[in-house]
Design a protein around this ligand. Structure first.
Ligand SMILES: [Fe+2]
Ligand SMILES: [Fe+2]
Length: 155
């Protein structure tokens, strides 16, 4: 699976985290015979834990800051991901053989339904509100605060 510029949400740091997620999914694709107790599955679960804490935290902070109308629903989707991740960790500890296969399907679905749809919706909102333009991306949370400050001063 390869990253494409059309996947960009307009915030460099969030894009980097989404790229990392694709990299994680690729580990499962490249190692199709990994068993539930393999090093690969344990690496993937660790990376997902990191993704869930760092990425969701930053994304939610930005969305809340910007007053994104669908914030609560978006946050609930992230919460559901966390709950499933805990279930995957328990299933791995219990040596359930299907874990790698089900995990791969779950991540694929997450990429297609959440990253490429739900996350892309906030990109549209950023464009609509002129927070990002074709030539100006948000690079960090600091940029976001600066943008808000400039806008308040202009009004
Ligand atoms: Fe995301
Ligand atoms: Fe998200």
């Amino acid at each position: 699976m390869v990253w494409s510029n059309t996947f960009s949400v307009g915030v460099e740091k969030l894009d980097d985290q989404h790229k990392k997620m694709i990299h994680t999914i690729n580990k499962l694709i490249e190692n199709p015979d990994s068993s539930v107790n393999s090093e690969i599955v344990s690496e993937v679960l660790n990376e997902l834990r990191q993704y869930a804490s760092e990425h969701f935290e930053l994304e939610e902070m930005i969305l809340e800051e910007i007053g994104y109308p669908d914030f609560e629903r978006h946050k609930a989707e992230h919460k559901e991901f966390r709950v499933k991740l805990v279930a995957f960790c328990s299933a791995t500890t219990a040596h359930i053989n299907d874990v790698p296969f089900i995990l791969f399907n779950f991540l694929n679905e997450w990429l297609v339904n959440h990253i490429l749809q739900d996350d892309m919706k906030y990109r549209s909102y950023f464009v609509e509100k002129n927070i990002i333009t074709p030539t100006r991306q948000l690079v960090s949370h600091k940029d976001l605060l600066q943008f808000k400050k400039t806008r308040t001063e202009e009004q």
